[in-house]
Design a protein around this ligand. Sequence first.
Ligand code: ATP
Ligand code: MG
Length: 562
Amino acid sequence: MRFSKMLIPTMRESPSDAETVSHKLMMRAGYVRQFAAGLYVFLPLGWHVLNKINKILEEEMNSIGAQEISMPILHPADIWQKTGRWHEIKEEMFRLKDRTERDMCLGMTHEEVIAWLASKEIRSYRDLPQIWYQIQTKLRDEARPKSGVLRTREFTMKDSYSLDADEEALDKSYKLHADAYHRILRRCGLKFYQVMSDPGMMGGATAHEFMAPSPAGEDRIELCDECGYTANVEIASSVSPPTKEIEGEYEEVYTPGKKTIKEVSDFLNAELPHFIKSLLFIANEEPVLVLIRGDQRLHEKKLEKIIGLCRAASEEEVLSILGVEAGFIGPMKHRLRILSDNSLAHGTYIAGANRVDYHIKGIRPDIHFKAEWHDLHTVKEGDTCPECNSLIKIEKVIEVGNIFKLGTKYSVLLNAVFLDKSGSERPIVMGSYGIGPARIAAAAIEQNHDKDGIIWPKSIAPFDVEIIPLNVNDTATMEVAELLYRGLKDNNIGVLMDDRDERPGVKFKDADLIGIPLHIILGTHALKDDQIEIKKRRTKEIKKVPIKYAIKEIISAVYETE
Ligand code: ATP
Ligand code: MG
């Protein structure tokens, strides 16, 4: 393509609302334009990148025997009502009515449609296994559509679904997908981890996410370099370093007006891990007292897995249920369900005295209070691995893909059954697998850029090389430029030629911003010596090569580039 004919509206400044690097650079380099909140136009360069990623997705899906289909985006509500998700999913689902006032929604994901299709088309165990996939638009009214194309309200997803006769066969389909996702993300040039994750609204049992490490990520994962344990902090466990033993008897101390753990710890000159934080929750209209260590944060999702949906009690509820105001609650002498984080199982602690302006020192678990012991804390740096006890790391990551074992939830509810070898009817065992091309593109930029712009991994760059003739009014220069342009295209190399009549400085700046991996510079001086320059965008290394070998040299540079 010729730059002068292509819509590449580069900008010197990034828009003021752009926070992440990929958002800024995709805007500045002319890859996307924001149409409305969470809605983006992909300009030609951006579209090239998405198509390259989609091609990798198709190749890898086809290689595991998946069959491409296309399902509607508009769904009648009844199918979502049958699986319960019409009610379970809240504002994130776009809902509308058709002309007959029938409830409809826009597809956020396609488990329902797949189970419907399977209920019609799968009869016997001989029809299994199946893997069906599509690269299709999804619509979700995201709470915070921000960070450019990392989180939009309309996006394409490669979603695939496996249909199997039993759990063992599902394990195989799951493994095929996990391996395919490894190949996809490696081919796209991303650094990533496969981590254990929370099945969430999918409602299955096992799930993994594919996470690209980046400060722009909204997720955090726990990693153990020693044994390889990796999990999303939403489900990760860790061992908190044990609290140092402190001397002291069980005694009440006067702590006037000191309510927060920080205030009391300063006042008593004691460290945070020596405190018990007592928090009152209401689940199913019953009060539950939850205890965690002073240096920890409660993990509400872990709590909800044990007591179901719950909420923090109001100040009035705390007073009426516990008889003391929040800030002075302790775990002693209450007749209600008490759940405690495992890290409080040993040691001596300080907590509220259940009396205003007083705390108690020397509290020992099992002696001064009884509790059900659970993992309730949010993991943090300084904790150790639950498997091997080595120090863990916490990293910010972008979720680029995920895989779920769904089991039979959807097939039971939508009657997707098959006849097994003995002629009995059984529900199909399903898996669901999603990956987002736009997120992959943005994550690739987050991981591959410098102060001047994007540095695309070769496999997903919009073009392989950019030819930069520095003086388009010089006939000799343009002869060489055209020669290279045609020669490279004939060899199936993707070429962008900057044929604009612009100053060299402008062309170099734009080329660095756009981030094509190789720049072929045609300067009048070098051309006089029958030479051209091949510049690597990533390292800025320049190699001079004679014109007569230029095409061969450029092609080998393309193959060498990562
Ligand atoms: P998140 O937790 O980030 O909201 P999710 O768990 O909702 O993601 P899935 O429903 O499993 O994501 O979708 C599969 C993939 O689709 C994600 O891994 C991501 O690559 C992509 N994706 C999901 N939501 C969005 C979005 N709002 N914008 C762009 N891509 C998305
Ligand atoms: Mg989501």
